[in-house]
Ligand binder design. Structure first.
Ligand code: PMP
Length: 460
């Protein structure tokens, strides 16, 4: 690295406190990379070095960095209306985006053709965790408004993740993030994860999902009448190590929630907008949640925005003469016009570029590359859901013996890949690809080559 980058790092470390980082590890254990600009799948450092962004900048970016159509839409909107209070006021991007989101939201069609009433209202927030807070509070408050005051508990899944704010953390189950704050957290009930990696010998992913659903049934029976909502990440538990489950699970969850009068919150903050192959992961199970949380890719990765989609029945439960029965939640930047304009431009690209069809071709190529890596000695599992591929590294390449946490294999792989110009940001010892959808053949080759060499170097 040239002196300019070093000077920049020193300047950064004098004033910045970085997210999700033990700051003491900067810069010796954990490199700090100053980025100057982005271009498609590339991040370009201040020293001119190019990095392939294989994690889409925390799973936000969809069509590449500085995508001109989204950048243009934001610029145009900024010259018209940059921000306005959304209480008592309205604006075109917020309304148009709500209409579009409701039009593409997952729909459930029953056998006799009579579908469930569709998601009908959109409540905005300004980041994923805030969106989760909205959904949790709405579910809880909805039952209060119906005088069902015993329904105060949330059910969540083991190994799930929903964000870092106190409410979102309460329904998360990643010890590293949760443990220290445990005394502050709201009570939640955790059901076993349907994670196919945890399948017993001889058990298929669907059987594993069914076993988890049976355990959930028992939990809901034990707590009959006490649970207001169940929250989960459909199809892939992302922060939990890109652990994937069979779509059967969500069908069973939908049935169980209906049977027990529990609201179903689908957190598609990470998996929404085509990541798992379909626009929304719920589609693969043919179900529709009562509340759907969206963020990250919502704006194509340009600006923070979250949307919580709710059914008409939930919305109607807040209509009353009393203000206290209203949903008084707000954020200053709720429904920010710039973010909504970015989201509209992003959704337009899905149509104009036939993104989901193109992704199917890219995903097939990713599968071929993944196969070669799956046969490396320390790779215990290679799995894929659409545009997400993950490799689980263990000591002997079997599921029984994880690496010692202290050996920080993932960190070694991260540094090795970074050195070779690829951003892999492992979750523990799980390496994964979640690239921008514009990744091309040459970049896929590079990604696979560097992943392979990073694994070999880290596990040597
Ligand atoms: N839910 C899921 C499934 C997530 O993956 C994340 C972020 N990784 C969040 C919620 C929280 O979103 P944010 O980081 O924008 O608060």
């Amino acid at each position: 690295m040239i002196a300019g980058a070093d000077a920049w790092r020193a300047r950064d470390l004098r004033v910045l406190w970085h997210p999700c980082t033990q700051m003491r590890e900067h810069p010796d254990v954990l490199p700090l990379v100053p980025i100057e600009r982005g271009e498609g799948t590339w991040l370009i450092g201040r020293d001119g070095k190019r990095y392939l962004d294989a994690v889409s900048s925390w799973w936000t970016n969809l069509f590449g960095h500085a995508e001109p159509r989204i950048a243009g839409a934001i610029a145009t909107q900024a010259g018209t209306l940059e921000q306005v209070i959304l209480a008592g006021f309205s604006h075109q991007p917020a309304v148009e985006l709500a209409e579009k989101l409701l039009a593409i939201a997952p729909r459930e069609h029953s056998v006799n053709g009579e579908g469930r009433a569709p998601l009908a209202k959109v409540f905005y927030a300004d980041n994923g965790s805030a969106g989760v807070e909205v959904a949790l509070k709405m579910a809880f408050h909805w039952f209060r408004n119906r005088d069902e005051t015993r329904r105060t508990k949330f059910v969540a899944l083991e190994n799930g993740y929903h964000g870092e704010t106190i409410g979102a953390l309460s329904v998360g189950d990643i010890p590293l993030y949760r443990r220290v704050y445990a005394p502050l957290l709201a009570e939640a009930l955790f059901a076993p994860s349907p994670d196919a990696y945890l399948a017993q010998p001889g058990e298929s992913p669907a059987q594993c999902a069914q076993r988890a659903a049976d355990a959930l049934r028992e939990l809901l029976e034990q707590h009959a009448g006490e649970v207001c909502a169940l929250i989960l990440e459909p199809r892939v538990q992302c922060a939990g190590g890109m652990r994937m489950h069979d779509p059967l699970y969500l069908r069973r969850v939908r049935e169980l929630c209906d049977a027990h009068g529990v609201l179903l919150i689908a957190d598609e903050i990470a998996v929404g907008f085509g990541r798992t192959g379909t626009m929304f992961a719920c589609e693969q199970s043919g179900i529709q949640p009562d509340l759907l949380c969206l963020s990250k890719g919502l704006t194509g990765g340009f600006l923070p925005l979250a949307a919580v989609l709710a059914t008409q029945a939930i919305y109607d439960g807040f209509l009353d003469d009393s203000r206290e029965r209203a949903f008084l939640h707000s954020h200053s930047y709720t429904g920010n016009p710039l973010a909504c304009a970015a989201a509209l431009a992003s959704l337009a690209i899905f149509d104009s570029d036939d993104v989901l069809a193109r992704n199917r071709i890219t995903a097939a190529k990713m599968a071929v590359h993944a196969q070669a890596i799956a046969s490396l000695p320390h790779v215990a599992d290679a799995r894929q859901a659409g545009m997400i591929v993950a490799f689980e590294l263990t000591k002997h390449g079997d599921k029984r013996t994880p690496f010692d946490a202290a050996s920080r294999i993932g960190l070694h792989a991260y540094r090795a890949a970074l050195e070779q110009g690829v951003v892999l940001r492992p979750l523990g010892d799980v390496l994964y690809w979640m690239p921008p959808y514009c990744i091309d053949d040459e970049q896929l080759d590079l990604l696979a080559r560097v992943t392979q060499s990073a694994i070999l170097e880290a596990t040597a």
